[in-house]
Design a protein around this ligand. Sequence first.
Ligand SMILES: [Zn+2]
Length: 100
Amino acid sequence: MSGYPFAKTGPLKTPVLRDEQIAVALQCQRDRWGANAQCPMCGHAEWIIGRKVVFLESPPTGLLTPATKYAALQVACANCGNTLLVNASIAGVLPEGHRP
Ligand SMILES: [Zn+2]
């Protein structure tokens, strides 16, 4: 993979995961949570990976240490919408640079 790791769409260049990245995220979710992982809110076991990446930002801690952004995947329960955020690098979807 070279260049920017997302497809960019729309006037704000929103980062959007490609189909192969969604497949990696779903496989990671199944491998690490188990094939029938249940939502802690409703008990349903079907999850959806959001196409749009969310960025979590830690504030700067000084003049020489700027804010840092971490890319996160949205993993939502298909029944109740309970949404979890999973670090995209640890999930293997994006390069290591997005690890906290
Ligand atoms: Zn749920």
